[in-house]
Design a binder for this molecule. Structure first.
Ligand code: ZN
Length: 211
C-alpha cells in the first residue's frame, strides 16, 4: 500500500467528477456514516455487526460479491440487523487497471448477490468512462467515496493510531471507512468501539448511507 490521505482534501473532492459522494450534509448536522469494505467475513463482519448493535448504530457494508457467495449467512445478518449494503464489484477489481467491459460485467455479476444502488469502487479507482457507463446502466446508482480513511488496512500503524485517524477528523456528515477483512481486523476491532463510543458520548447519530 502506498501513501494515502486519512482525510480527503477539499480540493480533491472538487477536482473529481461531481457524481462522486464524499460526505453527506444533512439538515440536523448530527449524523455520521460508518462504512465497511471488502466483507462479508465470518469473524470481522460479525464483530462489526455486534458492536453496531451494542451502540444502537447502523452502517453500510460495501461487499465483494465473491465473499457474499462464500458467506451468504453473514451477509444476511448484516441486513437482518438493519444495516444496508453496497456493491464493491465481484472480485475487488481496480478500475484503472481493468478494461471497461470487464469492470462493468464484474459489477453486474456482484449485483446478482447484492441488491443495492450504492456502489464503491475498490481502491477508490474508477475511470471517468466507467463512471459514465455505470450511470447509464444503473440510473439510480450512487457512487460512494469517503471523507475519512481509518487506515485499518495499514499494518504499519497501531490500533491506537487507527482510532486517532478517525477521531481527529470526524465531523457531522463524515463518511468513514473501516474494513471487515482478515488483514484489518486487529486494528478495526480496537478502533471501531472507540469511534462508536465517541459518537454516542457526543450525541452523533450513526446511520446507514441513504440509498
Ligand atoms: Zn475494497
Amino acid at each position: 500500500m502506498g501513501a494515502y490521505w486519512v482525510k480527503t482534501p477539499h480540493w480533491l473532492k472538487r477536482l473529481l467528477p461531481n457524481e462522486l459522494i464524499w460526505d453527506i450534509k444533512n439538515e440536523n448536522h448530527n449524523t455520521v456514516y460508518i462504512t465497511f469494505d471488502d466483507g462479508p467475513h465470518p469473524l470481522a463482519t460479525k464483530f462489526a455487526i455486534e458492536q453496531l448493535e451494542h451502540y444502537d448504530a447502523h452502517a453500510t457494508f460495501f461487499c465483494v460479491g465473491e465473499n457474499v457467495s462464500k458467506y451468504p449467512e453473514v451477509y444476511q445478518q448484516i441486513l437482518d440487523k438493519g444495516n444496508n449494503t453496497g456493491n464493491h464489484t465481484y472480485n475487488h477489481l481496480n478500475g484503472w487497471k481493468t478494461p471497461n467491459h470487464v469492470y462493468i460485467n464484474n459489477i453486474d455479476k456482484a449485483s446478482k448477490f447484492i441488491k443495492s444502488n450504492l456502489f464503491r469502487p475498490p481502491y477508490g479507482r474508477i475511470k471517468l468512462s466507467q463512471l459514465r457507463k455505470l450511470k447509464h446502466n444503473y440510473p439510480e446508482i450512487k457512487i460512494c467515496m469517503w471523507d475519512i480513511l481509518s487506515g485499518d488496512f495499514d499494518n504499519k500503524i497501531t490500533p491506537q493510531q487507527c482510532a486517532e485517524n478517525v477521531l481527529q477528523n470526524l465531523k457531522p456528515g463524515s463518511i468513514i471507512i473501516f474494513h471487515d477483512s482478515e488483514k484489518s481486523f486487529e486494528r478495526m476491532k480496537y478502533a471501531l468501539p472507540q469511534v462508536l463510543e465517541y459518537c454516542k458520548v457526543n450525541g452523533l447519530k450513526m446511520s446507514s448511507l441513504p440509498s
